[in-house]
Structure formats: C-alpha cells, structure tokens
Design a protein around this ligand. Structure first.
Ligand code: SF4
Length: 123
C-alpha cells in the first residue's frame, strides 16, 4: 500500500461525478488500473492545499501511475474527455492542459498543411 504523504487528506475538491477509482468509468482498461477508489485523496486535491503539499501529493500519484499497465489508456481518456481535475495517466490537470494545447496546435498545423490523420501522442 502506498504511503500517503499527508494524512488525513480532505477530498472536498473532488467533483462528485469524477472520482479516480476508474472502476466506475467506461472502458475495459479500468479493470487493470492500479489506483483504487480509496486512493482518491492521492489523485485529487483537497481544498486549500498548500503548494508544497500539492507537489508532493502529485509526485506520489505519478509514482502510482508509473507502475500502472493502463497509463496510456488512462491518459488518453483524460485528454479526450477532458478530465478537468486530478492526476490521470501520470499527468496533472495543468500538464494535460499543456498537452492538449500542444496537440491542438499540431492538428491545426497539419490541417493547414493539408496533411491528414489523428495525432495520438499527448506530449
Ligand atoms: S494511470 Fe494512474 S490514474 Fe490512471 S488508472 Fe493508472 S494509476 Fe489510476
């Protein structure tokens, strides 16, 4: 079991319809996720979380993601939805916004150049 960096963690900022349990989400990859519903405090920010605590929590969540066999699928899910909160597929919400902006820029450049195809890479 992963050692949580800050206990007890409040999970008040977790949107009720979005939990990191992944088992309640569509997609066959959820059954292989290594994160579980009771780890929500690790993947989602508690209210008024200090910056140092957030960075530490996010790094811990990313370590869980790094050993997850469905990290790519999870990341793509979070980018496509898009998931506005929490760590998904090893990326924070801010990192996903950057990845999405980069992806959209590349798609716009491809469209402008006349190339076709879908850009699957998040980075
Ligand atoms: S990549 Fe991370 S957030 Fe996604 S299912 Fe795996 S452990 Fe959970």
């Amino acid at each position: 079991m992963l050692q949580l960096p800050h206990q007890p963690l409040q999970v008040a900022a977790i949107p009720p319809q979005r939990t990191p349990a992944r088992e309640d989400q569509a997609g066959p990859w959820h059954s292989e996720a290594v994160c579980r519903r009771d780890e929500a405090g690790l993947f989602f920010a508690p209210s008024k979380e200090p910056t140092a605590a957030r960075l530490s929590r996010e790094e811990s969540a990313k370590r869980v993601c790094a050993r997850c066999p469905v990290m790519i699928e999870c990341r793509e899910h979070a980018l496509v939805q898009p998931e506005p909160y929490g760590v998904w597929g090893g990326l924070t919400a801010a990192e996903r916004r950057v990845a999405l902006a980069r992806r959209r820029r590349r798609e716009a450049e491809l469209k402008a150049s006349g190339a076709t195809g879908h850009i699957a890479a998040a980075g």
